[in-house]
Design a protein around this ligand. Structure first.
Ligand SMILES: *Cc1c(COP(=O)(O)O)cnc(C)c1O
Length: 367
């Protein structure tokens, strides 16, 4: 077969590997004819979303024939008072994923370097490669970020540094003090993106959002998402907070109506229901303890996590275990694409889902 249309694509796209999503429940149901499936593959909220959002969707006053508010005024208003920033500092995205890519598109290109850590979120290398910039991958330390090594990797060509805090897929986090010290040391013309997708879940006392530092750091961008603790992954909604000029540039290059009206309205309602978020976090943190305990009992190591997922170490190729779990109706996430072939990432589910997983895992380990 000739590869004509592959070869005519921009050079950086010809070797691009697409993002590998978790296996959809529907796919497994179709393939194995299973009716009862537990999906613990994509760090979604097992409680669903706020009942205020489901009520809104059941009775929407949204006019589907009209374009959405391209500026997302109502949602930005809530975000601005929640974070104590101006509305001009917020950018809304079709998931925070879109914003992570907009940043690379706006500020880097061929000849530029973008730094991120080994085992960091898969969207960073994709965003880098799409714009033709060079990825600079800094070796991890104990599965987490080595901030000193990241500082040492900075060159004249560095344009952007991506930091996920906590990180996915490892679940590790950076405490506030070293991260703040890092921000002080990074050259002021380099953008530091602190991706706080799992912010809501973290209970460690030495963890802090970097959002309060926006006023004193022009080169800082903080991103958040509605896909995890808010349980709205399907609506695709995320946002960034930054210097207003960075927000201005990102808003120029995004699609004019990148966030739909339903997501905009749901976002407002979801932010108002912090009780739901608290319940989600509590369920998660109890479930996380149970999963850790269960793994320990099975003699399995894992990477200590502060997120809504945990990476379990099977000390051998985890592929066959992933497959065997599928046959038990449990979908986990292989992370071989992160060069972690011995691990599976498991999202914390409901109490029952966690139990189903542990039972399936016990069976599979004894096979
Ligand atoms: C899930 C996740 C996101 C959020 O993605 P959305 O596009 O907002 O759904 C961002 N960063 C990390 C590290 C994630 O794991």
């Amino acid at each position: 077969m000739n590869n004509h249309w592959i070869e005519r694509a921009r050079p950086s796209l010809q070797t691009l590997q697409p993002y590998q999503p978790g296996k959809p429940t529907e796919d497994l149901a179709r393939e194995l004819g299973l009716s009862s499936i537990v999906k613990l593959a994509s760090n979604e909220n097992p409680l669903g979303c706020s009942s205020a959002v489901t009520a809104l969707l059941a009775n929407p006053s949204i006019d589907l024939a009209r374009y959405p508010d391209a500026n997302g005024y109502a949602l930005k208003e809530v975000l601005s008072s929640m974070h104590g920033v101006s509305m001009e500092q917020a950018v809304l995205g079709n998931g925070s994923n879109e914003i992570l890519e907009l940043i690379a598109r706006a500020y880097a290109g061929p000849g530029d370097e973008i730094i991120f850590s080994e085992y960091a979120f898969a969207v960073y290398p994709i965003a880098t490669q799409v714009v033709g910039a060079s990825p600079v991958i800094v070796p991890a330390k104990d599965w987490g970020y080595d901030l000193e090594a990241i500082l040492a990797a900075i060159t004249e060509q560095t344009k952007v540094i991506y930091i996920a805090n906590p990180n996915n897929p490892t679940g590790t986090y950076l405490s506030a003090k070293p991260l703040r010290a890092f921000l002080e040391k990074v050259r002021k013309d380099i953008l530091v993106v602190v991706d706080e997708a799992y912010h809501e879940y973290v209970e460690a006392e030495d963890y802090q959002s970097m959002a309060p530092l926006l006023g004193s750091h022009d080169n800082l961008i903080v991103t958040r998402t509605f896909s995890k603790a808010y349980g709205l992954a399907s609506l695709r909604l995320g946002y960034s907070l930054s210097h207003p000029q960075i927000a201005d540039i990102l808003n120029r290059i995004r699609a004019p109506f990148n966030v739909n009206s339903i997501a905009l309205a749901a976002g407002v309602v979801a932010l108002e229901d912090q009780d739901f978020v608290r319940a989600s976090v509590q369920l998660n943190n109890e479930g996380l303890k149970h999963l850790c305990l269960g793994c320990t009992e099975l003699g399995l190591d894992f990477i200590p996590s502060v997120g809504n997922f945990i990476c379990v170490d099977f000390a051998k190729d985890a592929g066959p275990i992933y497959q065997a779990l599928l046959h038990e109706g449990v979908i986990t996430r292989p992370v071989a694409n992160y060069k972690m072939p011995n691990h599976l990432r498991v999202t914390v589910g409901t109490e029952q889902e966690n139990l189903t997983f542990m039972n399936a895992l016990t069976k599979v380990m004894n096979q």
